[in-house]
Design a protein around this ligand. Structure first.
Ligand code: MN
Length: 276
């Protein structure tokens, strides 16, 4: 049995199936997905159906594109240029697929590893981050759906852009979601920026990658993340960043956690244009 963490798939079902062939995936193995499972690529519907059928073999954390799908499906956001979500929205099994997606996690902790789509704010240690993620998951996993719809009506927005333990209500929830699903860079004191998407060498003055903030409280753990395609593959003692730009003609990456062996399949450039 092996555990493979896989980067942002974004509806690239064919590449995902090729990657499973490459790693010789079998029924005893586990797949950890860093989120942005859907959107921009051509086959989000096929991918969601396949993952749902895999059931217990998959642990996924939600990315901004996954939350965007849920928001559009609930009527709280409009489809954006470049979105490829209509197949799911029109599917006869859409409710089952959206239910599966909504019941995934915001953060996954196992042993030395913490998996999150984007990042963790510098002041959050793993224990606190796990508790904060559970606050959001209690909305996501709400069975009668009402609390989740309320969350949707407050989810989008860039403020507040900094954590404060005294935050309450939807402002608190929004900071947690934004850090865990959208952040790439922040200031030394943890103020997030949501506009920068470029290469690490082009980060604006005063900001740094969230994982490079000195004294980051989660640095003893190994954080597995995606979201930042311009960063490319990073495998360090306490960081594994797996978004290798499948959407942009890059590759789809898996890492076998037991020995940190990397597996990659090249991707067709299916999307050029807007990113977020
Ligand atoms: Mn993302």
């Amino acid at each position: 049995m092996a555990t493979y963490a896989i980067g942002d798939i974004q509806g690239s079902y064919n590449e995902f199936r090729r990657l499973l062939d490459l790693i010789n995936f079998n029924a005893k193995d586990k797949l950890w997905l860093v989120g942005d499972i859907v959107n921009r690529g051509p086959d989000s519907l096929l991918l969601l159906r396949f993952l749902r059928a895999m059931n217990d073999a998959v642990v996924a954390v939600l990315g901004n594109h996954d939350l965007h799908l849920l928001m559009v499906a609930e009527g709280f956001a409009k489809a954006q240029p470049g979105d490829t979500l209509q197949g799911i929205l029109n599917a006869p099994d859409r409710d089952e697929l959206l239910h599966w997606l909504r019941h995934q996690r915001l953060l996954h902790v196992s042993g030395e590893y913490v998996m999150v789509h984007a990042g963790l704010l510098p002041s959050w240690d793993v224990t606190q981050a796990a508790k904060l993620a559970q606050e959001v998951e209690s909305f996501l996993h709400d069975e009668d759906h009402k609390e989740f719809r309320k969350l949707c009506s407050h989810m989008y927005g860039n403020q507040p852009d900094q954590w404060n333990a005294n935050l309450k209500g939807y402002e608190r929830i929004r900071v947690i979601i934004n850090a865990m699903t959208r952040m790439r860079v922040c200031t030394y004191d943890g103020r997030m920026d949501f506009t920068f998407k470029g290469r690490a060498e082009d980060i604006p003055i005063g900001y740094l990658p969230w994982f490079d903030v000195p004294g980051r409280a989660s640095k003893q753990a190994t954080v597995i993340c995606g979201h930042w395609s311009a960063l490319s593959l990073q495998v360090k003692s306490n960081l594994i960043a797996l978004d290798t730009g499948c959407m942009w003609g890059g590759s789809l990456t898996a890492i076998r956690l037991e020995d940190r062996k990397i597996f990659q399949v090249p991707c067709a450039a299916t999307f050029e244009g807007i990113t977020h």
